[in-house]
Design a protein around this ligand. Structure first.
Ligand code: AMP
Length: 400
């Protein structure tokens, strides 16, 4: 089934045309700096994936998707000549709040509920919503599926998702832990179960999605029982530009000492913290590793803090899972940083996690990297969010 996967960000649009029977992608699109005067969109087609650049000054993310749907039928090298060839659009949806526990076919009720969750993800929900609305208005014949980042975590028990603040704030505003990267955690857990050759229902798995954003999830019998991200993707482990867990009292302290507004502190914690804030070098792990190797002490401190915080999260989930059989590393850092994996597991042998240094010399593969005598199996899974979204969308569309 031919699926157009749409991933709308706050100032970007990523899209792919994926044939789910073969897993082959025949079109890739990336729009960046959307909303700015120098915004642009690159579209490329199989087999060469040579980029065709469209200038997109001062437009919205939904305008970019509208343009993509036009050029898809106009470009000579496009694999399709009519939008009717697209069986379904699979939309990445970020925050589904308490409404959505699984992927759904988009209708007006779904859009209204997704809109109601916009308060919880003000940067990410509105552009995705605008894309889905635009398609529904202009191309009502194309079915759309929404695949939520939060849905996989809908199985968390209340003791994991509630915050110890007055109950009225949960009742009034639904303030609770939701968790994110759900598509990735679910896929990582299922793929790891295949790698170890056991049904996911029998396994206790800790999935570590370590990318620019990062979260760690405890998966018991295939179900998320706890995860490090919370009401928003700011909580949890340290990230590229996000602080992760800090003492919440730091926020009023900064407001009072620096005369900042709440919104300004929010920007500091979301965009100027993490690797970037501590190292002063970059939000990108590769740059920070390079600076640390060249003797930059703050860069080394940032890496030490990151490793330590990831270890603490893994340890806390080892404590609450009835048994831990597998730990999975996925996403940019998890898949590619041999050195980060080595450092993370160097401290975890006492929990039965024994990395094999030779097997660990890999990047971006689905493979086992623990020693044969390691009581806990450590796996590497190459994240493939687009393929997961396409597969969910195809499963729902095949029942139409
Ligand atoms: P993601 O958000 O999943 O795309 O991950 C982005 C992060 O992965 C960035 O911090 C990159 O520096 C990091 N990353 C990608 N490749 C490597 C690599 N070879 N070594 C270390 N970090 C990497």
């Amino acid at each position: 089934m031919l699926v157009l996967v749409v991933n709308a960000g706050s100032s970007s649009l990523k899209s792919q045309l994926i044939e789910t029977d073969t897993g082959v992608s025949s079109m890739k699109c990336l729009a960046e700096k959307v909303g700015a005067a120098d915004g642009y969109m690159n579209v490329s087609y199989a087999p060469d994936f040579e980029k065709i650049k469209y200038d997109m000054p001062d437009v919205t993310v939904a305008d970019c998707l509208a343009k993509l749907l036009e050029v898809l039928v106009e470009d000579e090298t496009s694999p399709i000549s009519s939008l009717e060839e697209i069986a379904v659009i699979g939309n990445r949806a970020v925050h589904g709040g308490e409404y959505f526990t699984e992927s759904v076919l988009v209708d007006d009720d779904v859009l209204a509920k997704y809109d109601a969750c916009s308060d919880l993800a003000p940067l990410h929900n509105p552009p995705g919503l605008a894309c889905m609305r635009m398609v529904r208005e202009r191309y009502p014949q194309i079915p759309q599926v929404a695949v939520f980042d939060t849905a996989f975590h809908a199985t968390m028990p209340a003791k994991a998702y509630m915050y110890p603040i007055p109950m009225e704030y949960y009742e009034k505003y639904s303030i609770r832990r939701y968790g994110f990267h759900g598509t990735s955690h679910g896929y990582a857990a299922r793929t790891a179960a295949e790698l170890v050759g056991k049904p996911v229902e029998e396994l206790g798995i800790i999935t570590c999605h370590l990318g620019n954003g990062g979260s760690i999830t405890a998966v018991d019998g295939g179900k998320s029982v706890d995860t490090t991200m919370g009401l928003t993707p700011l909580e949890g482990i340290m990230m590229g530009t996000r602080c992760g867990d800090i003492d919440p009292a730091i926020i009023p302290f900064l407001i009072s000492k620096e005369g900042l507004s709440g919104a300004e502190v929010d920007t500091i914690l979301n965009k100027k913290s993490g690797f970037l804030g501590v190292s002063g070098v970059s939000s990108d792990m590769r740059d920070v590793e390079e600076a640390a190797a060249a003797g930059n002490e703050n860069a080394q401190l940032a890496i030490d803090m990151y490793i330590y915080r990831v270890q603490k999260a893994i340890g806390s989930y080892f404590a609450i899972l009835p048994h831990t059989d597998v730990v999975v590393m996925t996403a940019g850092v998890g898949e590619n940083s041999i050195s980060a994996r080595e450092q993370i597991f160097a401290g975890l042998e006492h929990m039965g996690m024994k990395l094999d240094k030779e097997r660990n010399q890999v990047r971006g593969e689905n493979t086992i990297i623990s020693a044969d005598d390691s009581p806990v199996t450590i796996c590497l899974v190459a994240a493939d969010e687009e393929a997961c979204i396409a597969s969910d969308a195809a499963a729902i569309a095949s029942n139409l």
